[in-house]
Design a protein around this ligand. Structure first.
Ligand code: ZN
Length: 251
């Protein structure tokens, strides 16, 4: 006779890996055996969608998973369940939405991956900029020096135009020149996005090697992450600069 105890006894299984209801292995959201919704497990967004940490995502496939899970986790559908299960269903729904929103956006996805790898990018959002301005703090921006040099002239011209507008004056030639540079910046932004998407392949290849059990040297991993950070910083800086230019031109 089979001794069930020895078969089921695993070396301290993580609490998150077994179903609260029937005790078998479960998926992140539902138990595959009994179908019961599970308490949210502390997993990252990639794991939530059962995806490897790769940057080239099959977005339509993830979208399908999202809609299927949305339906299954919908609190109305679980209205007759015990309140604890309803609560989990709500929490899982909210996790699902966060995971989906983050992963479907190429930039957010890259930033999120970096965060998982222990790298927080300098906050460069408009809100952060405004907060920094209103509090009189200098907002830190990690901008590659060569890029700063490249846009130095434009930043000076922007300052000049801001001053003129404040004084109620105008300078059509300056406005035209800044408008021309704005177009160049927009092209540069597109080019950086393209470069970033190309670089995803390098990162994904590294993950594939790891999945295949090959050891990837830490230096190589770091190099790949540094490149992603550099591309994102450049892209974010250009995006913010385009926004600043638009604001000044439209003010
Ligand atoms: Zn179960």
């Amino acid at each position: 006779m089979t001794n069930l105890t020895t078969i089921t006894a695993k070396p301290a299984p993580a609490e998150t890996q077994t179903c609260w209801s029937c005790g078998t292995m479960r998926a992140v959201h539902f138990c595959e055996a009994c179908g019961k919704v599970q308490p949210p497990a502390p997993v990252d967004y990639f794991t939530f969608f059962a995806l490897p940490r790769k940057l080239n995502l099959d977005v339509p496939a993830m979208e399908n998973d999202f809609y299927e899970l949305s339906r299954k986790l919908h609190p109305d559908l679980n209205a007759r369940a015990a309140s604890q299960e309803q609560e989990w269903s709500l929490q899982q729904s909210s996790l699902l939405n966060d995971a989906y929103r983050t992963l479907k956006d190429p930039i957010k996805r890259t930033q999120y991956l970096l965060k998982l790898e222990g790298i927080e990018l300098e906050e460069q959002s408009k809100t952060a900029t405004e907060q920094a301005r209103s509090s009189g703090q200098v907002k830190k921006q990690i901008v590659p020096p060569d890029l700063l040099e490249e846009v130095f002239e434009l930043n000076m011209q922007l300052e000049e135009l801001r001053g003129l507008k404040k004084a109620g004056e105008d300078d059509p030639a300056l406005i035209e020149e800044i408008g021309r540079q704005k177009l160049e910046l927009e092209e540069k932004h597109e080019a950086l996005l393209h470069e970033l998407h190309e670089y995803w392949k390098t990162w994904d290849a590294l993950i594939e090697r790891e999945q295949a059990g090959q050891a990837v040297p830490a230096s190589e991993r770091k190099q790949a992450l540094d490149k992603l950070v550099d591309l994102l910083n450049r892209r974010n800086y250009i995006r913010n600069l385009v926004r600043d230019v638009s604001e000044v031109l439209e003010s």
